[in-house]
Design a protein around this ligand. Structure first.
Ligand SMILES: NC(=O)c1ccc[n+]([C@@H]2O[C@H](COP(=O)([O-])OP(=O)(O)OC[C@H]3O[C@@H](n4cnc5c(N)ncnc54)[C@H](O)[C@@H]3O)[C@@H](O)[C@H]2O)c1
Length: 328
């Protein structure tokens, strides 16, 4: 069972997004009451459509910047699972207020809404991107100083700080997670999504951003949700009101290996790879991600699939060759 029997009603911000819509499905399967708060900026109504008639499900199409609506929607919830944010990382370079509004102010509004409506628990999706490139490898929760290299990461690090301060000042508890790359069906962004879109348009040549040396860690969406749930149940918040955990695998997959897997699963042969060059795929990209998951491992959790297995499974799900176990 996800969460505990005492947690009956959960407000999910970003519940119509990639991770959020999987979480909605998993919670509804367990007869939890779910309130989905999403402005559909990158989420899709079709991903939550099957639940719109479920009496345990309420959908508010609304923006985190609307504090009044947030406060009303939060009433009676036992926990907030806060996933909403700008997730178009490259676009933050051009629209420089996106991460400030949708992540920093959005998170502060969630916290303020919780304070005003008496909700005490929050699970937060941060990112391994907050580690930037300080050269301390692997990226461990105790690394510092943290110097983000994208506005997305800056927004997440600021949000972690606001969450911590609200916990210490107003009696909240928070479980914060710095994810590796999360994979599954319904991805609206990320390397697997991009390569599939490009290969559908041109089956002879694939453009790969950067020099081809990028390597990151990948894990499946249900493992990400399972990992958060495990930590929620097992982390000791007796001495401090909030804690932070890296979440993912410690294996990695290179970008060319990902391209190979996608071509294999799409049954394409002889595709030429064209590299755009430079070590970064886009401004703010972290080409090398070495996430340490020792802290969550010590607590007793580790994903079942390696990074490369997760890439293949997610590719197959996106191509409709495999199903997410909770679907339908
Ligand atoms: N997918 C990953 O690999 C990954 C990695 C690290 C962290 N995360 C974090 O996990 C969370 C979920 O990511 P995802 O991959 O499902 O992305 P997503 O874009 O599919 O989901 C984000 C959701 O938030 C909603 N949203 C955005 N701004 C909003 C606002 N102002 N008000 C209301 N709703 C708003 C969007 O419509 C969308 O449904 C995000 O916070 C993301 O930063 C994801």
């Amino acid at each position: 069972m996800l969460l505990t029997p005492q947690i009956k009603k959960i407000l999910i911000t970003g519940g119509a997004g990639f991770i959020g819509s999987h979480l909605v499905e998993m919670l509804l399967k367990e007869n939890k009451q779910v309130i989905c708060f999403d402005n559909l900026s990158s989420g899709k109504k079709e991903w939550i459509k099957p639940h719109l008639r479920n009496r345990n499900f309420i959908f508010h199409k609304a923006d985190l910047l609307d504090l009044d609506k947030l406060k009303k929607s939060l009433k009676g919830s036992d926990l907030v699972w806060h996933l909403a944010a700008n997730t178009d990382i490259p676009n933050g370079f051009f629209k420089t207020d996106m991460d400030l509004k949708n992540c920093v102010i959005g998170t502060r509004n969630v916290l303020e809404g919780m304070r005003l409506s008496g909700v005490k628990q929050i699970i937060f999706s941060s990112t391994g991107a907050i580690y930037g490139e300080t050269g301390k490898i692997p990226f461990s929760e105790s690394n510092g100083p943290l110097l983000p290299i994208s506005l997305y990461a800056a927004g997440k690090l600021s949000s972690e700080s606001f969450i911590s301060a609200y916990c210490y000042l107003f009696g909240l508890n928070a479980w914060m997670f710095r994810f590796g790359n999360v994979l599954g069906a319904r991805m609206g962004h990320g390397v697997i999504h991009d390569f599939q879109v490009k290969l559908r348009k041109n089956q002879k040549q694939l453009e790969i951003l950067g020099d081809g040396n990028q390597a990151k860690n990948y894990f499946l969406v249900e493992e990400c949700i399972g990992g958060m749930d495990f930590v929620y149940k097992h982390a000791d918040l007796a001495k401090q009101p909030c804690d932070i955990f890296n979440l993912g695998t410690d294996s990695r997959t290179g970008v060319v290996e990902i391209a190979d897997i996608i071509c294999q699963e799409m049954k394409l042969q002889g595709v030429k790879y064209k590299f755009t060059g430079g070590k970064r795929g886009w401004p703010g990209d972290q080409p090398q991600v070495f996430l340490s998951v020792a802290k969550v491992k010590k607590l007793g959790w580790y994903p079942t699939h390696s990074s490369t297995e997760a890439v293949r499974i997610a590719t197959r799900r996106m191509l409709g060759l495999e199903k997410f176990a909770y679907e339908g």
